[in-house]
Design a protein around this ligand. Structure first.
Ligand SMILES: [Zn+2]
Ligand SMILES: [Zn+2]
Length: 442
């Protein structure tokens, strides 16, 4: 048996043509029963009263929504072939594709894990951390409901370490690449002897058997029965909560009997877990900055004419003068692109997003214009925040809570300005403000 192949395929469901091993090696392992083959797409014909309807299932992403399936003249099989558009970004899966699954003797980690964290948990964090650990040991699902800046990542550490030491394979999944990029170096420091892979679209190749996998929820389409313990961070974030197949991807990536744990500041009602811990305080003990509302009547029209509304301009000038780093959230890419200013801007398709956030942190640029892409997962010391058009539907109460959560995160600067500029106050704005005030009172 080829050990590298075993390490590569254990827990994965992988397109044959993407597997970096010679054909003969793969064939030999199919013959010996180590690798199980699955067709890319299974098509069944359902007899109907009047006609026969075809039903496709993608065996990688488990998509069954027929509008995502397309047929084409396939050069490989010389037939009419069907492919799945739902997971096309990870390479095309079609009827004649072969998916490889490792069937026997899964790889095991061989590392002696080390827990190199010497930070201290606050009493609130400590309590939640112990509750989570106890749920993980009993294999019962657990929800950590923590305000932004409560320090939720570090309270996962003991549960992750205990799982690794028990020989379990652990996954920390988050809907957004930015979150994975922020978590990866932290986890590498805390678990220096553990093989950790960080998987996201465009991630570099990583070798060996990872006992700990950090992955965007999208990447979990390529796993099957891989993990004994799964933590979903930011479980309320788009696109996870809106996309049922992503939720299935998490379930499919976990072993059938593995409990799935969630961490979020803004849980959706559909999240159901056996146990729960609530953290209403930030790790530094200070109140959460409460967003203030300020009218910015007719801002759309003014911006279209190439003018920054005076109130907003004054806000920007003041931050530049005081050398306070700032973020301005805009509701649409169009408004972001056309904003009449030299300020750098970022959105989801922006290749330099990471670098620009770094430059803001290092005070090389005064501020950033952004879409909701930066609503979570980033920490910038002493950042002040303005939301322009806070009444627009993209700014749900959870988005507004997350955005407000960027402010006042560090001990040195526990306060900061968070302003919702609006053309009329929305219910979602009220809901966000009420929730934050409620936590401060709790
Ligand atoms: Zn698919
Ligand atoms: Zn084909």
């Amino acid at each position: 048996m080829n050990e590298q192949l075993q390490q590569f395929l254990s827990g994965r469901i992988w397109l044959r043509e993407h597997t970096p091993f010679p054909r003969e090696v793969i064939d030999a392992h199919i013959d010996s029963g180590h690798i199980h083959l699955k067709p890319g797409i299974t098509t069944s014909t359902e007899p109907n009263l009047f006609w026969q309807s075809k039903k496709n299932v993608c065996n990688r992403c488990h998509n069954t929504n027929q509008s995502y399936f397309h047929s084409f003249n396939c050069a490989r099989c010389n037939q009419i072939c069907t492919y799945c558009r739902h997971c096309i970004r990870m390479g095309r899966v079609s009827s004649c594709s072969e998916l490889l699954l490792w069937d026997k003797q899964h790889a095991r980690g061989a590392n002696a894990h080390v827990f190199a964290w010497n930070g201290k948990l606050t009493p609130l964090q400590q309590k939640a951390s112990e509750e989570l650990l106890s749920s993980v040991e009993r294999n019962e699902s657990h929800l950590i409901h923590a305000v932004c800046g409560a320090g939720k990542t570090e309270l996962l550490f003991p549960a992750i370490f205990a799982s690794l030491q028990a020989g379990k394979r652990v996954c920390v999944a988050a809907p957004r690449t930015d979150v994975i990029l922020e978590l990866f170096p932290r986890f590498q420091k805390v678990f220096p002897n553990t093989t950790i892979h960080a998987l996201y679209g465009g991630a570099p190749d990583q070798h060996g058997f990872a006992e700990l996998v950090l992955a965007t929820t999208h990447q979990l389409y390529r796993f099957e029965r891989a993990f004994d313990v799964v933590f979903v961070d930011e479980a309320d974030a788009f696109p996870y909560y809106a996309d049922e197949t992503l939720q299935q991807a998490v379930t499919k990536a976990a072993n059938p009997d593995a409990a799935i744990h969630y961490v979020t500041a803004t849980p959706t009602k559909s999240l159901k877990t056996t146990n729960q811990s609530v953290l209403t305080r930030r790790y530094h003990g200070h109140n959460l900055p409460v967003p203030r509302f300020d009218s910015l009547w007719g801002y759309t029209r003014k911006l279209k004419k190439g003018k920054i509304p005076p109130k907003l301009e004054a806000w920007i000038n003041k931050k530049v003068e005081m050398k306070t780093p700032f973020l301005i959230f805009l509701p649409t890419i169009e408004m972001l692109e056309n904003f009449p200013s030299d300020l750098p801007r970022v959105h989801a398709e922006h290749p330099y997003r990471k670098e620009l956030v770094m430059q803001l942190r290092e005070k090389k640029i005064p501020g950033l214009l952004t879409t909701t892409i930066l609503e979570r997962g980033i920490t910038i010391e002493n950042v002040h925040v303005a939301v322009v058009g806070a009444e627009q539907p993209i700014f749900t109460s959870s988005a507004l809570i997350q955005i407000s959560g960027r402010v006042g995160r560090s001990v040195q600067y526990p306060e900061g300005d968070i302003v919702f500029f609006h053309h009329g106050i929305s219910r979602e704005m009220d809901k966000a403000q009420d929730a934050i005030e409620g936590w401060n009172r709790a």
